[in-house]
Each structure stands twice: as C-alpha cells, then as structure tokens.
Design a protein around this ligand. Structure first.
Ligand SMILES: Cc1ncc(COP(=O)(O)O)c(C=O)c1O
Length: 402
C-alpha cells in the first residue's frame, strides 16, 4: 500500500471516474480538480496585465511569483532562475538559439541517443547554423544504458554544451547525469538537462544533478500543459536573447516573450501543492516535496514490480526493453511477431490505455533497431492502483493468447 491514501487521492481526479486505467502518464498525466479550479479561479477572478495598482494587476503579479517560488522548491533552484515556457521543446529551441550566438567553427556540442528529440534536434540545428560540430554519446541496446566508455574523448576542451536527459521517456533509463556534468564542467562546458520524464518520478536538485540549465513539463506531473526552465540567475544574466525593445531586460523576464498565461501558471503552481500535500506535516514545501516523491516512488515501484512479475509469466511473447540498473517505472516492450499498435488497440477495448509508438525518442528508437514495429509503453503514475495493473495484465495475457 502507498504511504498516502490512494482512494482519497484518486477521488480528486474526475477523469478516473471513467474507469479507464491510464498507463500513458509519460505522455501526460490526468489532472486533479484542484489544478482545474486554480486555473478557473485565476482566469475568471479579477485579472489584468501585471502591475501594482489594482487587485486585477496584483493577482497577475502574484500568479507569476507563486509559480517561480513553487518551481524553485520543486527543482532545488532560485525563484529568479525559473523561466516559464509553452513546452520543453519551445524552451530548448529558444535557449539553443540564445546560446549558439556564442558558438563558431571549432566548437562542439554533445547530444545523446538516449534523449527525446526535443533535446537533440534543436542543438544539432543550432550547431549547424553556427558552424559548430556535433558529437554523440551512444546507447547500448543490450543494456539500455548510455555508453560512457568514450566520455572523456567526446566531451573535450572544444565542447561548449552537453545536452543530456535525466531519464529516457522511452526506456526509463536514468543516465549518470552527475558524472557527465562533472566531465563537462572540467572542460568548461555547460550542461543542459532534460528532466521532463524524470521530474515526474524523482526529486530534482539542480546543483546536485550538476545541471546548468534544466527543463521539465508540469503536464507530466498533474499540471497543465506548459514547461519550466531552471538555471542559476547568475548564468541567465550572461545569456542575451533577441527581444523587443520595450520588454523587460531583467532575468528571468527577458526569456519570457509576450504576456504570460497567468491562469496556466496558477494551475502549474497548484500541481506542486497537490504533490506536496501527499506528504502533509511540518517542514518547508521543499521538504514535503522530497517526502512526497519518496512516497510516490515507493508506490510506483511496487506497481512496476507487479507489472514485471506479470510480464515474466508471458515468457517469450513479450520482450521488455527497459532493463537499465537505474530507471523510472516506465516499461517499454515489444511483442515478437505482433504489431504493438494491435496490442495497444486490444488493451484500449478493455479500457486500458497504454499507447504504442516511438514517443519522439527518435534516435533511441532507431538505435534499438525498431524501425518497423513500434513498441508499447506502460508508465506508472501516482494515481494508478493494483487493480489497474491487474486489468492491464489480464487484458494483455488474453490478447497474447489469441
Ligand atoms: C523526456 C522528454 N523530453 C521532452 C519532451 C517534450 O516535452 P514538451 O511536450 O513539453 O515539449 C517529452 C515529452 O514527451 C519528454 O518525455
């Protein structure tokens, strides 16, 4: 049993009343009523552009401050280093353009075959425009681990930036970001961490991770569709985006183009509160978030082990591709002789949602040699139950017996 009241937690999610078992959390989680209400309250309350004169202005101002404070707590960062973005993809494209202004021939950028394409392609395209070279950290398909045997050669004195994921959204693998970051910092390179998948399952601490810049997306952990970039304000001071003349040149405002979606910020803040409330008690919000993550991790690990035990009984009908030593509770699998899309459809007929695809992990998918057949991704989430897992396993077993 989880360290929180699962039934009471689940009752806060209107979409769970449909009876659907949602194993598609890595694509985006279900949203609690509290988050929806925060959005409604902010949007329909007195609301204007930011300012300090009238309540409608201070409401907007407060939504921004609350958001920066909540994500500073969630990510172990400084509120002045929290930047809102529409998506992690958009933020990474933006920052690749800002940072590449300082790159030129002779410089190198390092990307990995473990990453979602949003932390690969923007860097490749920015490097190409700047005349910089691209180097790769490979993935070992047999172990599902990032291959770091040539780390010191790939990350060298010419490296300007290393872009690496904190967890693969396809395999769940958690690469040793700190080891990579230490090497990058030893040669004076920046480290850009994609924590979009990881942040739903583990505690992020910007400094401990060794990340100079880090992105995550609240819609992967109970929030609305938006994204957050965290970095130290001192680093952000050194980065100069193209911007409108009248818009603020302050950090972090200068990276946020146009009017902010205050209601979305309020929803994203509430998602952090919902998580923190999983560990009620005293202590700072950061303390409660750390405790809540431990409770969620224990619950999700138990569910993952239940799925894995069930899959083991299906023998060679299932090939589990998620096998790294350190990984999130996200399981990617293929079915010899079957199309994963058909398996996904058969599960959907039983109200079990586990999508098939490559999930934009374009390089990982190709490296696994899976060009022809998509795989199935089964992701754990804080609101899933043992009954959900049993329904998944029953539906899967029945389909594979046909
Ligand atoms: C690991 C990872 N990185 C990046 C992204 C892209 O995030 P966004 O939709 O916020 O651009 C995703 C989305 O699935 C992801 O799982």
């Amino acid at each position: 049993m989880p360290a929180y009241d699962l039934d009471s937690f689940r009752s806060g999610f209107p979409s769970l009343k449909s009876g659907i078992a949602y194993f598609d959390g890595p694509g985006g989680t279900q949203t609690p009523t509290r988050v929806g209400e925060a959005i409604l309250r902010t949007l329909t309350g007195p609301l204007s552009n930011r300012g300090s004169s009238l309540v409608s202005q201070t409401n907007a101002e407060e939504a921004v401050h609350a958001f920066r404070s909540a994500y500073a707590d969630l990510l172990g960062a400084d509120p002045s280093g929290i930047v809102h973005g529409r998506s992690a993809t958009q933020l990474t494209y933006d920052f690749s353009r800002h940072l590449a202004k300082g790159w030129g021939p002779g410089d190198e950028v390092v990307v990995t075959r473990m990453d979602h394409d949003s932390n690969v392609r923007p860097w490749i395209q920015a490097a190409e425009r700047a005349g910089a070279a691209v180097r790769w950290l490979d993935l070992d398909p047999a172990t599902a681990e990032l291959d770091l045997s040539d780390l010191d050669e790939v990350v060298n004195e010419r490296t300007r930036l290393v872009a690496v994921t904190a967890a693969s959204n396809l395999l769940g693998t958690e690469p040793p970001v700190r080891t990579i970051a230490d090497r990058a910092h030893a040669v004076g390179a920046l480290v850009y961490v994609d924590a979009v998948h990881f942040a739903a399952h583990g505690v992020v601490d910007l400094r401990e991770l060794g990340a100079d810049l880090l992105v995550c997306s609240p819609y992967k952990f109970l929030g609305p569709h938006c994204a957050v970039l965290a970095a130290s304000p001192a680093l952000l001071e050194t980065i100069t985006p193209d911007k409108l003349v009248p818009s603020s040149d302050e950090v972090p405002e200068r990276f946020e183009f146009g009017t902010l979606p205050y209601e979305v910020l309020a929803g994203a803040t509430e998602a952090v509160e919902v998580l923190a409330d999983l560990a009620p008690g005293r202590g700072t919000r950061r303390d409660r978030l750390v405790a809540a993550h431990a409770a969620v991790a224990a619950h999700e690990r138990a569910l993952r082990e239940r799925v894995e035990a069930g899959l083991a009984t299906l023998g060679e009908k299932v090939v589990l591709r998620s096998r790294a030593a350190e990984r999130t509770p996200t399981l990617f699998m293929t079915f010899p002789g079957r199309r994963s899309l058909d398996v996904s459809r058969a599960l959907a007929e039983r109200d079990v949602l586990a999508p098939a695809g490559s999930f934009y992990a374009h390089e990982t998918f190709a490296r696994l040699g899976l060009d022809d057949d998509a795989g199935l991704r089964v992701g754990m989430a804080p609101y899933l139950s043992e009954e959900d897992v049993d329904r998944l396993l029953d539906a899967l077993g029945d389909h594979l017996a046909t």
